[in-house]
Design a protein around this ligand. Structure first.
Ligand code: PDD
Length: 289
């Protein structure tokens, strides 16, 4: 597999990042995961716009390589050269503040950001999608800029590990009495004839899939309310589901060992799952690149 690192396309095994890289030393960088369907990137502009916003917020200097057109060109070349134009794949993009002697403050302005892209074949979790998955709840231990997709993922890593140890797929995070999001997904609940999700704020990542799903839900005639589920409410929702680039729409049918609703994927979730799948199929056929 070929990857891209700082201006070069090279075999993954030959790619080397400096031990002084601020991504390695401080977790000082941002990333994106973009889905490719039949070689076409799905919602790539939205992902790269979010990354540009993250770089701006963190004061990571853009370079020629971090320009959107450059990143899209690199991603497409990797998909092509890695034989990923058929079926599904993911593109990983990471930009860090670059390599410099270890001082907490920003390095000299001339320090080039580290730019890394890789691709991988993606097998959609088709079986689990139909039957639903289990989740646990756990405190949200993250900082207060969760809207930035940084490579500082330790609280997410710890939460996901707790979920896996409990035999669950996702950890749903709770802060100050409300549900924020999942360790690597956005969270939605259906109750009282509405779909509820945490509003876009500094306490959640503005998920790209979340945005698409909210739009699809409105088009299907659902009422979507951006108001967080309360910790008490998540125990009595009719349906619960999570969304994400590599998750699509996944029903959560067990929470902390107890059934959600009747313990089976519900009609709202399954309808949105199908609508998203259809949107991805159409995008793959319609849009160039
Ligand atoms: N995770 N919330 C968090 C904390 C996430 O890390 C992600 C994505 C999402 C869903 O966002 P999107 O729909 O834009 O993928 C929500 C990626 C896929 C990851 O870390 O692998």
């Amino acid at each position: 597999m070929l990857i891209f690192l700082n201006g070069e396309f090279l075999p993954r095994s030959e790619a080397k990042v400096s031990v002084d890289d601020r991504g390695f030393v401080f977790g000082d960088g941002v990333y994106e995961v973009i889905r490719a369907v039949g070689g076409r990137l799905f919602t790539a502009d939205e992902h790269l716009e979010r990354m540009e916003g993250g770089m701006r917020a963190l004061g990571i200097q853009p370079s020629e390589e971090t320009q959107r057109a450059a990143l899209l060109g690199i991603a497409r070349r990797l998909l092509r050269e890695n034989g990923l134009l058929d079926g599904e794949a993911t593109v990983y993009v990471q930009v860090t503040r670059g390599a410099a002697p270890r001082l907490h403050q920003f390095p000299p302005a001339a320090t080039r950001p580290t730019v890394y892209l890789s691709t991988a074949p993606f097998l959609p979790p088709v079986e689990i999608r139909g039957v639903g998955a289990a989740a646990i709840t756990t405190p949200d231990l993250r900082w207060s800029r969760c809207d930035l997709k940084t490579v500082n993922l330790l609280p997410n890593v710890l939460a996901k590990q707790l979920a896996v140890e409990a035999g669950a797929t996702e950890a749903i995070l709770m802060r100050d009495g409300v549900v924020t999001e999942g360790a690597s997904t956005s969270v939605f609940g259906a109750m009282d004839g509405r779909i509820r999700t945490h509003p876009a704020s500094n306490y959640i990542l503005p998920g790209i899939t979340r945005g698409v799903v909210m739009e699809l839900a409105a088009a299907l005639g659902h009422r979507v309310v951006q108001r967080p589920l309360l910790v008490e409410e998540i125990r009595r929702v009719d349906e619960l589901f999570i969304t994400g680039t590599t998750t699509d729409v996944l029903p959560i049918v067990r929470l902390d060992g107890r059934p959600v609703g009747d313990g089976r994927p519900g009609p709202v979730t399954l309808g949105l799952q199908e609508a998203l799948a259809e949107r991805m199929r159409t995008a793959a056929l319609a849009k160039p690149g």
